[in-house]
Design a protein around this ligand. Sequence first.
Ligand code: ADP
Length: 391
Amino acid sequence: MDIQRHRAPSAGPGPGGSLRCLVLAPSGDDARLIGEVLAEAGISTAACADLDQLCAEVPLGAAAVVIAEEAVTTEAASALGGLITGDPVWSVLPFVLLSSADAARTIDVHSLFGVRGLVTVLQRPCATVTLITAVRSALYTRERQYEVRSLVDRLEGQAAELARSNDDLHRFAHAAAHDLQEPLRMIASYITLIQKRQGATFDERSREYMGFVVGGALRMSGLIKSLLQYAQVGQAKLDVTGFAADLAVGEALTNLKLAVEEADAVVTVDELPTVVADRTLVVELLQNLLTNAIKYRRGRPEIRISCQRDGDGHWIFAVADNGLGIPAEQRQRIFEAFHRAHSSHEPGFGIGLATCKRIAELHGGKIWVESTPDVGSTFFVSLPVEAAAQD
Ligand code: ADP
């Protein structure tokens, strides 16, 4: 074989070492020669007698393949192509092809290895330093591919672990909230009993203290209900159907009839599309946003619900109000559970927007807000036009 022996490049840190390079040369002598040259450079090789053996060895572990063009017969070509097709996206086995001196034997590298092929063609005669450098760079590329794979594996593992612990946390919150309801109900009913039986004998201070106890119990009951509502979202599989979004708005407004009337709110609903989503959750989301638009008002609430399609396959719903607005530094944090920006204005537990965020994300969408203090806020919710597959 036309490999011109030169001093091997100095072996340094980096590729080579334990990574195995398969060699398929036209003769055993050639394979031995290539093996010797590469071994001197600290690269471990395994010689294959023919293409069948090469195809059998690759799945056992190969970081690169050195192959002489003469060894690639037309019939064998498809077997070789099959070695690299069907691999995961991160994996492309690098080939170093020693081209034949005989022009008639030249193979079409692109049709053989396809567009994904990673092939270095070395013209013969070729210096040992060229061969070693090409093989090292093939091994280095392969090493990087494995590093990417282990990174992807780690990230996938972390994502799965995060999803699991998130589910655990929701289950825990749900169970805790559920179990707290009973003792709270008992406290509330005994307080009512005490008030009924002995209320008349209470002095002013005792009545005031009793008011604190009742207020605390009511507040705790509200908090538990909100927590349950938050923890319940996404516990069951999404019940995805196609429905007209204005029907969901209508349902949310019916549920809020009292609050809308009390605040004398004006709600304008633009033309809305049909969406593919979990209708109960969409109603809950709209109801939370409408409740807030009424709750955090300045004077008579004017609310507008509209929707546009973006260029990215999403409906972008907007719920705009003329309310208090939200200071810039709070606009991200209000979507965290229990975070409130106007706690002194209205009762609440800071769960509504966290629930909305969870509902949007369960559908593969997002929620965000634009706001000007003392002018108003617009909450945007993106929902994929096509239903996102849920595991
Ligand atoms: P809650 O209303 O129970 O406090 P949310 O999670 O629904 O909980 O809202 C979090 C905070 O975001 C509210 O406390 C309020 O400060 C702010 N916020 C939400 N919606 C609006 C709105 N439409 N206008 C002004 N502030 C709002």
